[in-house]
Design a protein around this ligand. Structure first.
Ligand SMILES: Cc1cc2nc3c(=O)[nH]c(=O)nc-3n(C[C@H](O)[C@H](O)[C@H](O)COP(=O)(O)O)c2cc1C
Length: 223
């Protein structure tokens, strides 16, 4: 049975508060989004790495592959670096290196080389002036397109970047080998899942992350 949920509960459970920065609808829908690290140079020349998962990808033509990061702090190192250099790299980790990716959050000081401090390897991107992460199976090198205020009164921005180069592990783009999905492929994260009726949150004992397996294809019979 489907039910309507527009008014949020008066007292939100602690994990949903997060400094008031995440919508309660996000916990109810618990829609998974792809996890990647945005890398660039800080203005002091040190490596910056920022985990990002509010994002979507698409394009309007054969040469336009655009990523819209739907929630970027205008005060964070990532946005400052992107504005200054005009470029960044989107690095996609698989599950086995995610523990190191998380360490970029605790090694976020201005003076820190964040990729190296997290136990990952920084290498130079091929087509843009930014570092990229060697251990990530996919690196998308990008240039800055635009930034817009996400919504009235909020400090966050929606930021678009356009791909200029892709570097990808051959075992991932060969679907008969590791491929792009399952435990060795893309990772997704979500907030929740929250039951809006019982107000219970499912606790999986850590930050929620999932990987996907392909299912049997459904033929597109549109009529
Ligand atoms: C899995 C995961 C996904 C995240 N996604 C985002 C995101 O989409 N937008 C955001 O502003 N912060 C996100 N964060 C938090 C930032 O990664 C974190 O605040 C980071 O330290 C900011 O880095 P910066 O100061 O280099 O910009 C995420 C954190 C994790 C663990």
């Amino acid at each position: 049975m489907k039910k309507e949920f527009s008014a949020r509960p008066e007292a939100l459970p602690e994990p949903m508060l997060r400094g008031g920065k995440v919508s309660w609808h996000e916990f109810v829908t618990a829609i998974p989004e792809p996890v990647f690290l945005v890398t660039g140079w800080k203005k002091n020349g040190k490596e910056n790495a920022c985990l990002q998962s509010w994002a979507t990808f698409g394009g309007s033509g054969p040469d336009d592959f655009v990523c819209i990061m739907t929630k970027v702090s205008r005060h964070g190192h990532m946005y400052r670096s992107l504005k200054k250099t005009g470029v960044c790299v989107l690095n996609f980790p698989s599950h086995d290196i995610f523990d190191r990716c998380i360490k970029t959050i605790g090694n976020n000081a201005f003076e820190t080389d964040e990729i190296t401090a997290a136990g990952l390897t920084a290498e130079r991107a091929a087509k843009v002036n930014a570092p990229r992460i060697k251990e990530c199976f996919l690196n998308i090198e990008c240039k800055f397109l635009w930034a817009h205020k996400l919504c009235g009164g909020c400090g966050d921005l929606a930021v678009a970047v356009k791909a200029v180069n892709i570097c990808m592990d051959s075992d991932r783009y060969d679907q008969s080998r590791l491929g792009r999905y399952g435990k060795t492929g893309y990772q997704y994260q979500f907030h929740g899942p929250f039951n809006p009726e019982t107000e219970e949150m499912t606790d999986w004992g850590g930050n929620a992350a999932v990987t996907f397996e392909p299912v049997d294809p459904i033929p597109w019979i549109t009529k």
